[in-house]
Design a protein around this ligand. Structure first.
Ligand code: CP
Length: 324
């Protein structure tokens, strides 16, 4: 993978992984590599000094919202957080008007989470300032996929005989309603990872196999056999309007990750989860907390450096015309 330099990054916005080339993903990783060692010092940088970032979260969030706030502050920005029920959206204002008013209040960047697929891309067209998608419905969660791939790259190293290209990653759980899964499918396959999607057929339809580099497996023993990493997903009850399996207990017995099933993985395999975890449902608690195998909190921590990289690149994008 040839990494684009920061000088080659031309994007104002980050709304979906689909639009990124492998070299642009590499540019985010390279920028995160610059910032990550600086996090220890707790010093503020000046990359976004004098700028105001608005965190517009119209769905709940713990990790993403906090990580963007921490990242922007570490880069020297002022941060204002607006949540859905505390904004005038509840009085009938449109998203466009809300955004234009935030812009009129001198915002320099907007990070948005919204329940509607495509909301961030829409806002990116409306506004002349960077818009970063922090999750739009079941469509995309690009910075989650970037931090997941960054964590895999960190664990498997870089250089000849190392790296993530050719690795086998199994994404297990509610794929149908997961923006994390969709963004990871795009991100990981662009980086040459072999992706297996696993879970009940109602939540992992065979049509996902149309993505190049992706296979769909409903037999969990097959899906886990020899995998280098397992990315667990919770059941997204908030997006489901009907039941997709008989009961949570039956889901856990068929598709939950337990000690016995861990034995199917490659000996060096790591356990990932974007959070929030539903302990005892998609994963046994002791596996989620296993310091030798679980990288769940490392993912959260890497979310700072990766989001600092994204904010820095979008704020200091090159104004040259992108190649056609
Ligand atoms: N992974 C993730 O998006 O978590 P939050 O919903 O807490 O932001």
């Amino acid at each position: 993978m040839i990494a684009a330099t920061a000088a080659e990054w031309t994007r104002k916005d980050l709304t979906a992984i689909e639009e990124l080339s492998p070299s642009e993903i590499g540019a985010v990783f390279a920028q995160a590599d610059v910032f990550k060692p600086l996090l220890e010092s707790r010093e503020k940088l000046v990359s976004l000094h004098g700028q105001t970032l608005v965190n517009l979260f119209l769905e709940p969030s713990t990790r993403t919202r906090t990580a963007f706030e921490v990242s922007a502050k570490r880069l020297g920005a002022d941060v204002i957080s607006i949540s859905g029920n505390a904004s005038s959206l509840v009085k009938g204002e449109t998203l466009r008007d809300t955004a234009l008013n935030i812009r009129a209040l001198n915002a320099d960047m907007i990070v948005m989470r919204h329940s509607a697929a495509g909301a961030a891309a829409y806002l990116a067209r409306v506004l002349d300032i960077p818009v970063i998608n922090a999750g739009d419905g079941a469509h995309a969660h690009p910075t989650q996929a970037l931090l997941d791939a960054y964590t895999l790259r960190e664990r498997f190293g870089v250089g000849p005989g190392r790296g993530i290209e050719g690795r086998r990653v199994t994404i297990l759980g509610d794929i149908l309603f997961s923006r994390v899964a969709r963004s990871n499918i795009h991100c990981l396959t662009k980086l040459g990872v072999r992706v297996t999607l696993a879970g009940p057929p109602t939540l992992v339809p065979g049509t996902f196999a149309m993505f190049p580099g992706v296979r769909v497996v409903h037999d969990l023993n097959v899906a886990l056999e020899g995998a280098d990493a397992v990315m667990l997903l919770r059941i997204q009850h908030e997006r489901q309007t009907t039941t997709h399996f008989p009961s949570l207990g039956e889901y856990t017995s068929m598709f939950g990750l337990n000690r016995e099933r861990m034995g199917l993985l490659a000996p060096h395999a790591i356990i990932m989860h974007p959070g929030p975890i539903n302990r005892g449902v998609e994963v046994e608690s002791e596996i989620a907390d296993d310091p030798a195998r679980s990288v769940i909190l490392a993912q959260v921590n890497n979310g700072i450096a990766v989001r600092m990289g994204v904010l820095h690149l979008c704020a200091h994008r090159s104004r040259r015309q992108p190649e056609q």
